[in-house]
Design a protein around this ligand. Structure first.
Ligand SMILES: Cc1ncc(COP(=O)(O)O)c(C=O)c1O
Length: 456
């Protein structure tokens, strides 16, 4: 078989390969419920290319091996992380994306898709209240969106060559900010952690005193990071208050809304993230809740020119862009980029505004329900207004909580529930994320019963 499809005739081999591969993917999805979140064991196919290329039959059987060893996000007990099952239309979108193989680097390599990405980013910006000059760019994951935001904020403040420049974020901010430091050539001390309150939200007076201290030390702050949806408990920092503070102090506000940003898309839930529209930049990860296959993250900015002034280098090997806009490769760190906007766009089209709202509301309802049926005399539950919660036994020492977390996670896995085991404030918790539409209330009742009986 010619491994490249003919540009002249219908390639029947590709046609049947796609049909058979799609059919085994559909089988894999359909079998998920009868399996567990994790495979019991798996065999890897041959990894190195053989001397001669393998047949379609071999390709299909090797793909099946890999599928059998894969994590199953569709299983109703898959509740460990922010990795929901994929939307059907987005699966197709990803396939079409690979087939088109366009490049979001420059318009000439992705004429329609470059426009699609720009318009889709604008739609998000408008929904989240970012104003007329806003725009954005898709990035491969929230860590990259956060990194780009910090680089842009530092550039905006004119502090790119100030090694003592700092930024602030809460104690519960995501680890991607520590990674960003290293990439940006900053020291660990350049990230000043502001204490959180008992709800896991950034403490605003702590923010004020951190800035005062920074000023006394003669250092300059280039950004405040607020988190809309912290990783372990889904807390939302007081966005409006932080925005007022940043405006007064003339400091860039970046909101890491990798988890909570999507709640700004519905008028019913947007109140929870009020103040989002006052940010200078926002990370949003539709991959984490809306069923868009990985990776799907957007960096949205109130003024798109800031992306360009930070990242443009000129693209001397591409034709100038038409109209008054920027090539994708000029407004972010990545050069060549896949058209990730395609699966995002088609997935959201499939859901419609009502479908998006239903996912958001259902996720919160399930978290509230699970929280209500966990025995609060035995467990400390930490959660925010979103769809995640974490719990740990009340009367245990840290080391007992550690043993309990391992034992309970394993016994839940035997019962086909997968929770994650984060360490939070020196103690292990079990965390459940209610982003899986296949999880029903009956599943949550079984889960709560197992958890409630995990300690006597
Ligand atoms: C709050 C928050 N921000 C950023 C990220 C990083 O996103 P990604 O894993 O897509 O890089 C995560 C990941 O879980 C997160 O929880």
């Amino acid at each position: 078989m010619d491994p490249f499809a003919s540009p002249h005739n219908l390639d029947r081999e590709l046609h049947s390969l796609l049909a058979e591969a799609s059919s085994s993917l559909c089988d894999w999805l359909a079998e998920s419920g009868g399996q567990g979140p994790m495979p019991d064991s798996f065999d890897l196919p041959e990894v190195s290319p053989a001397k001669k290329g393998v047949s379609n039959k071999v390709i299909l059987s090797e793909l099946k091996l890999l599928m059998n060893g894969s994590y199953r996000p569709s299983h109703p007990g898959s509740l460990a992380h922010l990795d929901p099952p994929p939307l059907s239309a987005s699966i197709v979108g990803e396939l079409i994306c690979a087939g088109l193989n366009n490049n979001l680097l420059a318009e000439e390599l992705s004429p329609s898709l470059s426009f699609l990405e720009r318009k889709l980013c604008k739609w998000f910006c408008q929904k989240l209240g970012l104003g007329d000059f806003s725009g954005g760019v898709a990035a491969s994951g929230g860590s990259l969106s956060n990194l780009m935001a910090l680089v842009m904020a530092r550039n905006f403040a004119g502090l790119e060559s100030d090694a003592s420049a700092v930024f602030f974020a809460s104690d519960d901010c995501h680890v991607s900010f520590s990674k960003a430091l290293r990439i940006m050539g900053l020291k660990d001390e350049s990230l000043l952690k502001v204490p959180t309150d008992e709800n896991g939200e950034l403490n605003i007076s702590g923010l004020r005193s951190t800035l005062e201290k920074t000023k006394t030390e003669g250092k300059k702050c280039f950004a405040v990071v607020a988190t809309a949806g912290t990783t372990v408990r889904g807390a939302i920092d007081p966005l409006s208050e932080i925005a007022r503070f940043c405006k007064k102090e003339k400091i860039w506000l970046h909101v890491d809304g990798a988890i909570g940003g999507v709640y700004g898309l519905s008028t019913i839930t947007s109140e929870m993230v009020q103040g989002l529209g006052s940010a200078d930049s926002i990370t949003v990860n539709p991959q984490k809740l809306l069923g868009i296959p990985k990776t799907s993250s957007l960096l949205l900015v109130a003024n798109k020119n800031n992306l360009y002034s930070t990242f443009s280098t000129g693209l001397p090997y591409a034709e100038p862009i038409t109209g008054n806009d920027f090539h994708g490769g000029e407004i972010g760190i990545q050069g060549t980029r896949s058209a990730e906007a395609l699966k995002l766009w088609i997935g959201l089209r499939q859901l419609g505004e009502e479908g998006i709202e239903k996912i958001l509301l259902d996720s919160i309802e399930k978290r509230c329900y699970l929280e209500s049926i966990i025995d609060s005399s035995k467990f400390k539950i930490i959660s925010g207004p979103l769809h995640l919660l974490a719990l740990t036994p009340i009367n245990y020492t840290s080391s007992q909580a550690y043993d309990w977390s391992i034992k309970t996670r394993n016994s839940l896995l035997v019962n086909k529930f997968m929770l994650s085991r984060p360490m939070y404030r020196d103690r292990y918790y079990l965390k459940a994320v209610m982003g899986n539409p296949n999880t029903k209330f009956e599943h949550l009742e079984i889960l709560a019963n197992l958890i409630n009986h995990s300690i006597v």
